[in-house]
Write a protein of this length. Structure first.
Lengths: 310, 238
């Protein structure tokens, strides 16, 4: 028998106050799915890049943001939407390849921290140029690629774009897993990530494969940003800084597991959604990714701390 | 019959000459042993040959094809395999996956297990969990599966028990007997000379001896002198 109090017949028509709260939380959680799908997709792309070319890439979202603004410019200039999208994806791929060329040509044998620092520098440069060219943080009119509602869940309209973003994240996770574990090219890429020079000495086409990885992540992040931009504040800074929750998701997967990163990204979005419905913490919900980063880093150091304490 | 011919090769590190005017030949069926004290330039020589570091001058050719300007991957595809020092296994891959990375279309993974049957029962084990000796076997077997014409091996005995070193030396001798040209850089001079055909002794980046392994093995005093001093280059067989 539960501890719940029995209600009189007159009260039965009214819902439980607890149920109303639960419903509000569920609604917020569902609303957070869109953001979660975005974090998951960008996070899985970050893990893909890290596992295959050993670079913690801070530029993923900003490349997508830059190309999204190219799409906006083309759209505002009267170009048809889908050819502009294809041109944007091609531009995202080429930008990814260009950054990959810089990384493999000049920083191929550098340490992971040096490579990460280079991508931070590129991020700062991209944001500076992007803000200048796109008119600072003034919002633009972003065309919706997939308008409309897919279905209704817990009183919330779940948009087609949200479903597509999560679907794309799941698809990229499955494809990455299969590609790395079931193909010869994937095997060569895993070897390349571990010891680039040893792989090259065995005849693996290191530079070509690295550029392939950069191009693929460039294409996926660009497409993802194009889908989600209308649902967020479409300014260059906001879109570029999606890299923070994306890297928090990647950290949940310890930069190894695609599936944990996917789950972590979606969970992060849901937690953000839940936080937005709780008045006392809603204004701090943007800090949640930082808290996750901190918590995962402390958790990952627990064995060292334990050894030290002993 | 394949032949690696190195002529007048010079290699710099940080713009300082580390290898100067080296001539070297490696032929099918023979082991060319490169000896010398620490810092003599042996590892730099192999890294220059395989393209890990660029050469400052001279030529490298396999069967007449010049390679000195090619990238390491291109040199590998031309038949030059380099087993680096430090047992550079792909740590996160299993033994079998390590072998599959290098598997040439014309090669069979069974060749690797035939050379080192010890690896068969370790095929599903991550390479990082193998013993030092098994890791060294793996990197040699992995290089073999690229179908090389010339195999460069750097300090394969470092940190290994004598019984394992002897096992590895026997395997390398077998590879040469099967037709491979081998260049072996080694600190254990006596053991290397016992399986080698032609010896090169390096000092301060230059070859100071180029001759028969058997002759050098029979005169330890001469080897000692070559390691530590003397000025002129000795070429007993001309």
């Amino acid at each position: 028998m539960s501890g719940r109090t029995m209600r009189s017949g007159a009260d039965l028509d009214r819902p439980f106050p607890d149920w109303e709260k639960m419903n509000a939380l569920l609604t917020s959680a569902v609303a957070g799915l869109t953001a979660g799908g975005t974090y998951a997709l960008l996070g899985v792309c970050a893990v893909f890049t890290y596992r295959l070319v050993a670079v913690v890439n801070f530029t993923g979202a900003s490349i997508g943001a830059a190309v999204t603004f190219v799409l906006i410019a083309l759209f505002e200039a009267g170009f048809p939407i889908w050819p502009s999208v294809l041109a944007g994806i091609a531009a995202g791929t080429l930008t990814g390849v260009a950054i990959g060329y810089i990384m493999t040509r000049w920083f191929g044998e550098a340490s992971a921290s040096t490579k990460a620092a280079v991508t931070v520098a590129l991020l700062v440069g991209l944001i500076a140029v992007g803000l200048r060219l796109t008119g600072g943080q003034h919002p633009h009119n972003m065309p919706e690629l997939f308008p409309g509602s897919a279905f209704r869940l817990a009183g919330v309209e779940v948009t087609i774009a949200s479903v597509l973003t999560i679907g794309l994240a799941v698809l990229f996770t499955i494809l990455s897993d299969l590609f790395l574990n079931r193909t010869k090219v994937g095997l060569n890429l895993r070897a390349l990530a571990d010891r680039p020079m040893a792989a090259e000495l065995l005849g693996v086409r290191v530079q070509l494969l690295s550029l392939l990885v950069w191009g693929m992540t460039g294409a996926f992040t660009t497409f993802a940003l194009m889908i989600i931009a209308p649902q967020r504040s479409p300014n260059f800074m906001t879109l570029s800084l999606l890299v923070v929750p994306a890297l928090a998701a990647a950290l949940i997967g310890l930069f190894r597991s695609f599936w944990w990163t996917l789950a972590g990204g979606i969970a992060l979005g849901i937690v953000e959604g839940l936080a937005s419905s709780i008045e006392s913490v809603s204004q701090y919900r943007g800090a949640i990714p930082f808290l996750v980063v901190l918590a995962v880093l402390l958790w990952s150091q627990r064995e060292a701390r334990w050894d030290e304490a002993r | 019959m394949s032949r690696l011919v190195v002529s007048n090769l010079s290699i710099n590190r940080a713009e300082l000459p580390v290898v100067t005017s080296v001539d070297l030949i490696a032929e099918s069926g023979a082991i060319s042993v490169v000896l010398g004290a620490n810092g003599a330039g042996k590892t730099t020589l192999l890294e220059g040959l395989s393209g890990v570091i660029p050469v400052a001058g001279g030529t490298i050719a396999i069967d007449g094809r010049a390679l000195q300007k090619a990238r390491p991957g291109a040199r590998s595809r031309e038949g030059l395999a380099h087993v680096e020092q430090g047992r550079t296994v792909f740590r996160q891959l299993t033994t079998e996956e390590n072998l599959r990375v290098s598997l040439h279309p014309g090669a069979d993974i069974g060749e690797a297990y035939a050379l080192f049957p010890e690896l068969v029962q370790r095929r599903t084990v991550k390479a990082s969990l193998l013993s030092g000796g098994e890791q060294q076997m793996l990197v040699i077997a992995r290089a073999l599966l690229t179908r090389p014409k010339v195999l460069l091996i750097d300090e394969m005995s470092a940190g290994l028990a004598p019984v394992i070193v002897t096992r590895l030396m026997t395997a390398v001798r077998k590879l040469a007997d099967d037709g491979l040209a081998v260049v072996l850089v080694e600190q254990f001079a006596a053991l290397a000379l016992s399986i080698g055909n032609r010896a090169y002794v390096m000092r301060r980046g230059r070859v100071v001896y180029d001759g028969d392994c058997a002759k050098l093995r029979q005169s330890p005093g001469e080897l000692h002198r070559l390691y530590l001093g003397g000025t002129e280059t000795c070429r007993p067989d001309g």
